[in-house]
Every structure is written in structure tokens, then in C-alpha cells.
Design a protein. Structure first.
Length: 82
């Protein structure tokens, strides 16, 4: 959630989160499904000509807290993620 909250764009994809965090895409996909099922995020669109799905955050107090926390810590570097 912190990785999603730290993104400057209003939409994001699973690949962006996997690249940012170094977490395997299958795990990110599961997280996205759970966040979507809990109405924390919502599907926006599929990128034309690609399989990429875009999502956006649905405003709620949890995301507000995550965004505040994300602004207070350095952005993770996936090259150093182990």
C-alpha cells in the first residue's frame, strides 16, 4: 500500500508496483485483487494494445494515512531490494 500511495500518478499498474518494490508480479496481482475486492482501489482501464490494467485509489482514511507515511520515508530502490 505504501508503494501505491507513493506514486505521483493518479493511476497505476501491477507492473509499476512490482518494479518499484521488487515483489513478484504474482504476489502484486493477488494484492491488487484483494485491495479491489475491499474497495480500496478500482479498475480504470486497459492500456490500448497492451495487457496492462490500470487502477486508481479510492479515497478513504487508510489511503490518507498511507500517503502521509509515504511522504515521510524515502522511496524504495528496487535495485537494492532483496
Amino acid at each position: 500500500m505504501i508503494a501505491i500511495a507513493s506514486l505521483p500518478e493518479s493511476t497505476f499498474s501491477g507492473k509499476q508496483i512490482a518494479d518499484l518494490t521488487g515483489v513478484q508480479p504474482g504476489i502484486v496481482h493477488t494484492l491488487i485483487q484483494r485491495l479491489s475486492g475491499a474497495h480500496f482501489i478500482e479498475f480504470v482501464a486497459q492500456v490500448p494494445g497492451e495487457r496492462t490494467l490500470l487502477y486508481r485509489v479510492r479515497e478513504n482514511p487508510w489511503w490518507t494515512a498511507a500517503q502521509r507515511y509515504a511522504r515521510s520515508v524515502p522511496t524504495p530502490d528496487p535495485r537494492t531490494h532483496v
